[in-house]
Design a protein around this ligand. Structure first.
Ligand code: SOE
Length: 378
């Protein structure tokens, strides 16, 4: 069995999801290539050692440059805050590594373009962690669209709602709340949540031509996590809504917020085509709603497909029908797909070029909100 040495950078929430995926992938999705949890890198010595021990990493470091310089590392997996993605990814590609990177790919389109250029120069495989493509019901939606079961697409409607920033006393910045700090995150819900929704939309309905957006920052000042006495203006978008026109003529509506009380990870989409509609809600992740106009009119209606039989995407590798899988499995599927690509010698998506496409839409959305004008999205 060929071993693939992984260097993981980042020990937070995403670091855990990726570490878990490397440990589990070959148990459920056997491959000839075996990922080896070689080195994990974090900012604090003790946290990184604890992480390494808990998740089974052979070595730990606090210096990502030394990790990248090691000849025995094959894949660099970037799970750091957004402002370091470009620097680490470009250095890793220049060192000849394959690169897995958390979303959003970068702080803006310029950075993302430099990452795509570095990937093209190196010729190494890349992947961006838009993990929701790997929910079995979402993969089934893609299959139905690709099989032409919806026909021409008229509408794409997405909402991604959470509520965890509703507390005005929540600080910004630091190790855990960097998503609220524009210097580290680049943007608020646009880069964090809508990036997922945009990636799915581009994958399912094709490129967008233009967008018009509005954003709002509801809590205008927050204390710093690392310096609680200091109150600093909040510069991220707390909420964003935008309209899109797709290249295929479809109309899109997108909404995202972290102030939707009661909504935890309400990532939804509905696609209306000339022959059928499909609808998905991550909070009911095993279900895909499907309505087909050609059904017998006596029994026609939205049907709920329970996407947990062995003939549905990814499910044959898990339990018996009806036994649910969840959020962490999307990251296992992501690594499985990456390994499939390596074994087949084929590219697997979403790669850095896909990450750039989403980044350009995010940039256009934020620019439209700033200028109050329609913006080109490609
Ligand atoms: C934000 O709350 C967040 O953790 C995102 O950063 C992730 O990408 C999303 O999958 C869950 O929510």
């Amino acid at each position: 069995m060929k071993q693939l040495n992984i260097g993981l950078i980042g020990t937070g929430f995403m670091g855990r999801t990726h570490a878990n995926a490397y440990r589990q992938v070959n148990t459920f999705f056997p491959h000839a290539i075996e990922p080896v949890c070689k080195v994990v890198c974090g900012r604090s010595v003790t946290t990184t050692r604890d992480f390494g021990a808990r998740w089974g990493w052979q070595e730990t470091t606090t210096d990502w440059r030394s990790l990248i310089a090691r000849p025995d590392i094959d894949v660099v997996d970037i799970c750091t805050p957004n402002d370091s993605h470009a620097e680490i990814a470009i250095a890793a590609l220049e060192a000849g590594k394959m690169v897995m990177c958390e979303k959003p790919l970068a702080m803006n389109g310029g950075e993302a373009q430099r990452m795509v250029d570095a990937a093209a120069r190196s010729g190494r495989p890349t992947m961006v962690s838009f993990n929701y493509r790997r929910v079995p019901a979402v993969a089934l939606a893609k299959q139905l669209v690709d099989e032409g079961r919806l026909g021409r697409i008229f509408h794409y409607r997405a909402r991604y709602l959470q509520d965890w920033t509703i507390n005005p006393n929540l600080p910004q910045g630091g190790n855990t709340l960097w998503r609220l700090d524009a210097d580290t995150a680049g943007s608020g819900v646009t880069g964090d949540l809508l990036a997922h929704a945009i990636d799915l939309a581009l994958w399912l309905a094709g490129p967008m031509r233009e967008v018009t957006a509005m954003t709002e920052t509801f809590i205008r000042e927050r204390h710093l996590q690392d310096d609680p006495a200091t109150l600093k203006p909040v510069r991220i978008d707390d909420a964003c809504a935008f309209l899109a026109r797709f290249a295929n003529g479809a109309l899109g509506t997108f909404e995202s917020t972290r102030y939707a009380c009661g909504r935890k990870n309400h990532n939804t989409f509905e696609i209306n085509g000339e022959k059928a509609s499909i609808a998905f809600d991550l909070e009911d992740a095993h279900q895909l709603q499907f309505y087909q106009h050609s059904d017998d009119s006596l029994v026609r209606g939205f049907r709920t497909i329970g996407v947990w039989d062995g003939d549905h995407p990814y499910m044959k590798n898990w339990w018996v029908p009806g036994c649910a899988i969840g959020y962490e499995h999307t990251f296992i599927h992501q690594v499985a797909d990456f390994l499939d690509g390596l074994e087949a010698g084929e590219k697997r998506v979403p790669d850095f070029a896909d990450g750039l496409a989403t980044q350009l839409v995010c940039d256009a959305v934020l620019e439209s909100a700033r200028t109050r004008m329609w913006q080109q999205a490609t």
